[in-house]
Design a protein. Structure first.
Length: 454
C-alpha cells in the first residue's frame, strides 16, 4: 500500500513514524517533508497547499491513501479534489473544514449542536466590535477580566487576541477592520468572553458518523516559561493528562465531538478526519475555545508514540462512511513529553540556515526511534523534525519550530527528565526551548487522585 502524507512539520514526521510502525508496512511518501522525514519516507517536492500538483502526484504515483496534515490544503479543498477523482484521503472536505476555517461557522455550529462555549457575538465593523466589547464586559457575572477578539478566517494562529483591557480589544479590532491585517475580503470577527482555566486538547478521529477519542494532551502555547510572552504554534506537549481517564474522555466526546459530527452529517457535509477540540476547564464547567480539523502540533508528537493500535488501519477506516464501527484504540500506559526546539526570533521571525549540531550523536545514542523496538520499550526517545533542511553544510534550521524531542517514561516526571536530557544533545545558534514543559503534570496526578477519592 502506498501512503502520501502532506505537510512538512513535526506533526507530519510523527504521523510518518507511526505509519512506519504499521504491520501493513506501507510505502511512505511525503510532500514536501523536511530533512528528518527524508530518512523515513520518499519526499515529493510539492508545496503542501498546491492542490493541483498534489492531485497529479497521487495519480502519477498511484497513491492508495493521502493523509493531509495542515489546515490550509483542507480548507482549500484538497480532499474534495482527490475524492472527485476517486482517490481515498484522510481529512475533511472543504465544507467540513470550515469548522476551523471560519470562527463564526464554528461558533454557529457549536450553538446549533448545543456544545458549551464562551458567550460571543459576531461583528462586521469596528463600531459593532467596540459595542460588543462594552456589552460583554458590562453583563452581570462577567469576570471583568477582558474579552477575546478572533479574526474570522485562517490566520496561522495569529488571529486571536486575548485582551486584558478594552483598549487592547479595540487595538485588535482596528487591526482587523481598519488595517485589514487578515485577508482582503470583507472582514468579520468574533468577540467573546474571556474564560479562565486549564486547557486541554482532545482530538477525535471521525468517520462521518462517529467520533472516537485519541488520548488527551496538553500543549504549551506561549513562547516563555510560566506562559509568558506571545503565542506560538506550540512549544511542547504531554499526554496523557491527569484527571482525564477513559470515562471522562468518553463523556467529553459525547458532549462536544459527537454532537458536531451528528450536525455535520445532518447538514449533508459529514466530517471525516480529526476533530480537534481546544477546551478550557472553567469553574463553571468545560467550554470549547476552538475547533481544528487536523492533528495538533505538537500534541501529535506526544500522542502518537503512545498509540498501540495500527494508525494506518484507523485512518483507512475513518476515510470511509461509518468505517470506525467497533474500533477501540489501544494506548500505552507510558507518559510522553515533547519539547520543541525553536530558532532565534521565533515566533515573530525565524532565523534560518543555522547548522544543527548533535544529530549524529543523538542517533547513535537513541537509535532509529522509528523502529518498533524503541516504541515497545516504554522508555524510548523520538526526535521529529519540523523546520529543517539538508544543505552542503549539513542539516540546518529552516523555520520557527525546528525539532521536537519526545520521550516516553513511567509517569510524566521521568518522561520529562528523559526529554530534557535528550534535548541537551542538540545545539544550534539561538536555540530556544521552554524548561517548564509538563513541569506540574505529576503534581496534578496526585491532586486528581485525591479529588477522585473524596
Ligand atoms: P483559538 O485559536 O481560538 O484556540 O485561540 C488560541 C488561544 O487563545 C487558545 O488556545 C486560548 O489559549 C486562547 N483563547 C481563545 N479563546 C479564549 C477565551 N474565550 N478565553 C480565554 N482564552 C482564550
Ligand atoms: N497545538 C495547537 C495546534 O495544533 O493548533
Amino acid at each position: 500500500m502506498k501512503v502520501l502524507v502532506v505537510g512538512a512539520g513535526g506533526r507530519e514526521h510523527a504521523i510518518v513514524r507511526a505509519l512506519k510502525r504499521s504491520p501493513q508496512k506501507p510505502e511512505l511518501l511525503c510532500a514536501p517533508g523536511n530533512a528528518g522525514i527524508a530518512a523515513d519516507a520518499r519526499l515529493l517536492e510539492i508545496p503542501a497547499d498546491d492542490v493541483q500538483w498534489l492531485l497529479a502526484a497521487v495519480e502519477r504515483e498511484s497513491v492508495d491513501l493521502t493523509i493531509v496534515g495542515p489546515e490550509v490544503p483542507l480548507v482549500a479543498g484538497l480532499v474534495d479534489a482527490l475524492a472527485e477523482k476517486g482517490h481515498l484521503a484522510f481529512g475533511p472536505s472543504a465544507a467540513a473544514a470550515r469548522l476551523e476555517g471560519s470562527k463564526m461557522f464554528a461558533k454557529d455550529a457549536m450553538e446549533a449542536a448545543g456544545v458549551p462555549t464562551a458567550r460571543w457575538s459576531r461583528v462586521r465593523t469596528l463600531q459593532e466590535g467596540i459595542d460588543a466589547v462594552r456589552e460583554l464586559t458590562r453583563k452581570p457575572g462577567s469576570p471583568g477580566a477582558g474579552v477575546v477578539i478572533k479574526a474570522d478566517g485562517l490566520a496561522a494562529g495569529k488571529g486571536v487576541t486575548v485582551a486584558d483591557t478594552p483598549e487592547e480589544a479595540e487595538a485588535a479590532l482596528r487591526e482587523i477592520f481598519v488595517e485589514g491585517r487578515f485577508g482582503d475580503g470583507e472582514a468579520s470577527a468574533v468577540v467573546e468572553e474571556r474564560l479562565t482555566g486549564e486547557e486541554l486538547s482532545l482530538l477525535a478521529v471521525c468517520d462521518g458518523e462517529r467520533a472516537v477519542a485519541l488520548a488527551p494532551a496538553r500543549d504549551f502555547k506561549r513562547i516563555g516559561e510560566g506562559d509568558e510572552g506571545p503565542n506560538t504554534g506550540g512549544m511542547g506537549s504531554y499526554s496523557p493528562v491527569a484527571g482525564f481517564d477513559e470515562e471522562r474522555v468518553r463523556e467529553i466526546v459525547a458532549t462536544v465531538h459527537q454532537p458536531v459530527v451528528d450536525l455535520m452529517c445532518e447538514r449533508g457535509t459529514p466530517f471525516h478526519g480529526i476533530l480537534y477540540a481546544g477546551l478550557m476547564l472553567t469553574p463553571d464547567g468545560l467550554r470549547v475555545l476552538e475547533f481544528n480539523v487536523r492533528f495538533g502540533d505538537p500534541e501529535t508528537q506526544a500522542v502518537l508514540p503512545r498509540l498501540r493500535s495500527d494508525l494506518l488501519d484507523v485512518l483507512l477506516r475513518a476515510s470511509r462512511p461509518g468505517g470506525l464501527e467497533g474500533v477501540r484504540l489501544e494506548w500505552s500506559l507510558a507518559s510522553a513529553v515533547t519539547v520543541v526546539l525553536a530558532s532565534a526570533g521565533y515566533p515573530e521571525s525565524a532565523s534560518q540556515g543555522e547548522v544543527i549540531a548533535g544529530l549524529e550523536q543523538f542517533r547513535e545514542r537513541y537509535g532509529d526511534a522509528g523502529s518498533e523496538r524503541a516504541h515497545d520499550s516504554g522508555m524510548a526517545v523520538e526526535l521529529t523534525h519540523a523546520g529543517t533542511a539538508r544543505t552542503a553544510a549539513g542539516v540546518v534550521t529552516a523555520g520557527g519550530r525546528v525539532l521536537n524531542v519526545t520521550a516516553l517514561g513511567d509517569g510524566a516526571d521521568s518522561a520529562r527528565d528523559a526529554a530534557y536530557a535528550a534535548a541537551e544533545m542538540i545545539y544550534f545558534d539561538g536555540m530556544q526551548l521552554r524548561r517548564d514543559i509538563a513541569a506540574n503534570a505529576e503534581v496534578k496526578t496526585a491532586q486528581a487522585t485525591s479529588e477522585d477519592t473524596r
